[in-house]
Design a protein around this ligand. Structure first.
Ligand SMILES: C[S@@+](CC[C@H](N)C(=O)[O-])C[C@H]1O[C@@H](n2cnc3c(N)ncnc32)[C@H](O)[C@@H]1O
Length: 210
């Protein structure tokens, strides 16, 4: 799959444009100022750069070095800084209670990888940290407006509800909406959206902890 994404990102043009995802823009209004944010499957940088310009400290992970080079180019052109890490999400260590927010915007991976990633995401968020997801829903298979063509890569509302049932749910919705993002996300689309807050209380690693 890496070769697919390298190929997609190999032209000068930004495949999904340089404007941030509009759901993310709305969701990000809830974030504390100067949050440490991890973006999974960031691609060419449109979302990471937006968040960095809002004053956040953003780390962008993607398997595509070509995509992340374009992230760096976009950040430079817009006068901000994004940390980029080339890694497959199968290997990437998210860390423990490290992030104020983790975002996943159209980062579609197989269900077996999602099952492994969800607990890592939970563990990686600080107490009170935000998880923000927009993904194509199973209903999108019937459409030609974007997203993977395999049912296993799509994300349902039920899946997110089940995996993050203990989160404080700020927003959880499956909906049809028009998306215009560059060359490959075009038109009426079925998506699943999630904004949740990690309830895990902070672990004190000093003893005694009074
Ligand atoms: C549809 S693009 C979305 C890019 C970006 N989030 C955006 O909204 O513009 C999906 C991205 O997920 C990345 N991705 C998919 N599977 C991955 C994996 N296993 N490890 C790292 N990145 C992955 C791809 O390389 C690609 O950049």
């Amino acid at each position: 799959m890496k070769s697919f994404w390298d190929e997609r990102y190999s032209s000068e043009e930004y495949a999904y444009g340089v404007q941030p995802n509009d759901f993310l823009v709305e969701a990000a209004k809830r974030l504390p100022t100067v949050s440490q944010i991890l973006s999974l499957g960031e691609g060419e940088g449109r979302n990471a750069v937006y968040l960095a310009k809002c004053g956040h400290k953003v780390t962008a992970v993607d398997q595509s070095d070509i995509g992340l080079l374009k992230t760096q180019k976009l950040a430079l052109s817009q006068g901000c800084t994004v940390e980029t890490l080339v890694s497959d999400l199968r290997e990437y260590e998210i860390g423990k209670q490290k992030w104020n927010a983790i975002i996943s915007i159209f980062c579609h991976v197989p269900s077996e990888l999602r099952r492994v990633l969800y607990p890592k995401i939970r563990a990686g968020l600080k107490a009170g940290g935000f998880l923000i997801i927009e993904a194509y829903a199973p209903e999108q298979l019937m459409r030609t407006s974007g997203g993977p063509k395999e049912a296993d890569m799509l994300v349902s509302l039920d899946e997110l509800q089940a995996h993050f049932s203990d989160f404080e749910i700020v927003h959880l919705q499956a909906l049809s909406r028009v998306i215009q993002e560059g060359l490959f996300h075009k038109g009426l689309s079925d998506v699943t959206q999630f904004i949740g807050i990690n309830p895990t209380s902070a672990v004190c690693d000093r003893a005694p902890c009074l």
